[in-house]
Design a protein around this ligand. Structure first.
Ligand code: CDP
Length: 230
């Protein structure tokens, strides 16, 4: 039996972390967890309920009302984010959420709330999680840590294409502004800033195809003997 490991994938906004994480999870029969979806869902709740997130008291009270879980959708074979039993997988991708999520994710209480749940999901290993602090804070002992990056222009173009499909009124300038703003806030916040873990492998996919990046990552999994046939 191949041993089960934890794979932590961190990196800048929109550099293909979830694509790679999903591919690896599928290949290995692991659970995939999109930690960013949790911060997006919390942000959605705060916006809908007019929570003043500068108030510690309001944040603490709001978090008590939030139940998050991922449910597998057999129709598209992927797990989807539920907020208090409502499927919010699609609504949380909106730019309205992306404009606020980094401010919400910088709040200490919000991070403690999300990280505790994420760590629990890793209890039995066999998990691929992507985010900003997975290799540094959530799973500092993960057997494989990947830090992804890609040229800014490539990241903007990729995210623009994704969002344009949902909303043709979107402009490339607003997408660019949002990615730059989130990268700045995420890497400069006091609590768990985005940074490469010392033992993470850098994967720059600017000029790699999805297949090439997948093969590379798979070879790192093999090195950790987490695949039966090598
Ligand atoms: O898909 P993309 O890389 O653009 O972002 P995401 O993974 O959906 O994450 C959205 C936001 O959540 C990030 O910009 C961070 O502010 C926050 N986040 C975080 O702080 N820590 C994580 N582990 C994951 C996301």
């Amino acid at each position: 039996m191949a041993k089960k490991i934890i794979i932590a994938i961190d990196g800048w906004s929109s550099c293909g972390k979830s694509t790679l994480a999903k591919q690896l999870a599928k290949k290995l029969g692991y659970v995939y967890v999109d930690s960013g979806a949790m911060y997006r869902a919390i942000t959605l709740y705060f916006l809908r309920n007019n929570i003043d997130w500068r108030s510690k008291k309001e944040v603490q009270a709001a978090l008590k009302e939030i139940h998050l879980d991922f449910r597998f959708n057999p129709k598209n074979a992927s797990s989807e984010m539920y907020l208090n039993d409502e499927n919010v997988e699609y609504v949380i991708r909106d730019l309205v959420i992306a404009e606020k999520v980094s401010d919400v994710a910088a709040i200490r209480e919000v991070r403690a709330f999300a990280v505790a749940q994420q760590q629990k999901m890793g209890d039995n290993k066999g998990i691929v999680m992507d985010g900003r602090d997975i290799g540094t804070v959530v799973f500092p002992k993960a057997e494989l840590k990947i830090f992804m990056t890609a040229d800014n222009a490539v990241r903007v173009e990729r995210r623009f294409r994704e969002l344009y499909e949902q909303n043709p009124n979107i402009s490339i300038e607003e997408v660019k502004y949002n990615l730059e703003m989130r990268d700045y806030i995420d890497s400069h916040r006091e609590v768990s800033p985005l940074r490469k873990a010392d033992d993470a492998i850098v994967l720059d996919n600017t000029s790699l195809s999805e297949k090439e990046q997948f093969e590379k990552a798979l070879s790192w999994v093999r090195e950790r003997k987490a695949i039966q046939k090598i």
